[in-house]
Design a protein around this ligand. Structure first.
Ligand code: AMP
Ligand code: GLY
Length: 427
């Protein structure tokens, strides 16, 4: 094992900023390079303008710069086979192969796997034609959920309160082809009720080690109103994730899914992310992702006490069972500051001020930002993830919002109620 590593991180959002921030703290890391990165990442690492979709470009970068270890943020390169390509070239990379990342790349694959191996999930059927899908929706009779099979940048899911909405979603996917090939088939499932929680876990193909729990806030407005977004904030740990729920998730979801993937000849190495609904009947899987979650990673990594490089290397070398993974006490909260209009059309290039002020136990992760001639401007819908750690959730919330108030850009909006479910449970 080398002592001082050159590490490449693929991606350029808040999740990748959190990854780079954590890696940069490791005494084992000599240098971090990020492709393509953003303005915040550029302050603590070297950024190189190679797109996450440019697999040959990423491979060339890793070879040219003699990278020792690569971490992948987003799902697109994983599903496209970045891990396979790097491994074939003899490069060390952390993440699932394309054959394993299909657990996120195809919702139909994930549902069939869960059915075959008895992993708790919503009742469903998969279709590649509109008419039988509509027939099943009528049969279900009540609210249901329609999901395009393939990757759709988080937009392929319609939670349909009534028949008309569900049938319209099928028509858009199958007839209007709004998601292109990602809509060659679709899944219809029953709607589950409960509270959601995200569990990310490290897996070396055999051993699975869950990270601390987190809860995302998908809707754009307070009290979970308005359209879905990529995530407007997160907190961790999530009180809904009790020790009993944890036991169930480990025994009924995490261990079985890793064993199932191995059984199917799709050995799973990297981070597996279980999106769960905690229902009256116990936890059920909404989806699996093949990567770190965003914004969840922005609250999970600041609480990780262990050196991330040690864990990542233990995963790649298949000795995770002997690797400690320890967490700091307390809680963390991340408030996403978004561009005016997001998740609809929004402006880019708006100057951001107040970034230089710093509070203890607070870190501002950049998502859509760009450095234009020394000035930091907006460059995406989700602009910043302001994260704070505190002794408990209340303290973390207060600190995060104090930090948010110091930062300004025209049109900026953010949710004022991040963490409200955790506070409700404490009362
Ligand atoms: P997915 O990408 O499959 O996790 O779906 C995106 C979001 O849709 C989830 O985070 C949930 O908020 C919601 N969702 C998905 N499936 C269901 C379901 N069966 N019941 C209720 N809500 C769901
Ligand atoms: N927070 C949702 C995701 O990462 O997919």
């Amino acid at each position: 094992m080398k002592d001082r590593l050159k590490v490449l991180v693929i991606g350029g959002g808040g999740r990748e900023h959190a990854l780079v921030w954590k890696l940069a703290q490791s005494p084992r890391v000599e240098k971090v390079i990020c492709a393509p990165g953003n303005a915040g990442i550029g302050m603590i690492a070297e950024t190189v303008p190679v797109s996450v979709e440019d697999l040959p470009g990423l491979l060339r970068l890793a070879k040219d710069r003699q990278i020792d270890l690569t971490l992948v943020g987003p799902e697109v390169p994983l599903v496209a086979g970045v891990v396979d390509a790097f491994r074939e070239a003899g490069l060390r990379i952390f993440g699932p192969t394309a054959r394993a990342a299909v657990i996120e790349g195809s919702k139909r694959f994930a549902k069939d796997l869960m059915e075959k191996y008895n992993i708790p999930t919503a009742r469903y059927q998969a279709f590649d034609q509109a008419e039988p899908a509509c027939e099943y929706i009528r049969q279900l009779g009540g609210p249901c959920v329609v999901k395009a099979d393939g990757l759709a940048a988080g937009k392929g899911v319609t939670v349909a309160p009534d028949l008309g909405t569900a049938i319209e979603a099928v028509r858009q996917i199958m007839e209007e082809r709004v998601f292109g090939e990602a809509g060659n088939s679709l899944v219809v499932e029953e709607m589950l009720e409960g509270e959601e929680v995200s569990i990310l876990a490290f897996s070396d193909g055999e051993t699975v080690v869950p990270m601390i729990s987190a809860q995302d806030h998908k809707r754009v407005f307070d009290r979970d109103e308005g359209p879905n977004t990529g995530g407007m904030g997160a907190y961790s740990p999530a009180p809904v994730y009790t020790p009993e729920v944890h036991r169930q998730v480990v025994e009924q979801v995490l261990k079985p899914v890793i064993a199932a993937m191995k059984q199917e000849g799709r050995e799973y190495i990297g981070v597996i992310y279980a999106g769960l609904m905690i229902t009256a009947q116990g936890p059920k899987v909404l989806e699996f992702n093949a990567r770190f979650g965003d914004p969840e990673t922005q609250v999970v990594l600041p609480q990780l006490k262990t050196d991330l490089v040690d864990i990542v290397e233990a995963v790649i070398d298949r000795r995770l069972a002997g690797q400690p993974v320890e967490w700091l006490p307390g809680a963390a909260v991340c408030v996403v500051m978004a561009a005016g209009g997001y998740p609809g059309p929004y402006q880019k290039g708006t100057p951001i001020t107040g970034l230089e002020s710093s509070l203890p136990d607070t870190v501002v992760f950049h998502a859509g930002t760009e450095n234009r001639d020394g000035k930091i401007v907006t460059a995406g819908g989700r602009v910043l993830g302001v994260t704070a750690r505190g002794g408990d959730i209340r303290e973390a919330i207060d600190l995060a919002y104090q930090a948010v108030e110091k930062i300004k850009f025209e049109g900026c909006h953010y949710r004022k109620d991040i963490g409200y479910r955790a506070l409700q449970r404490q009362q």
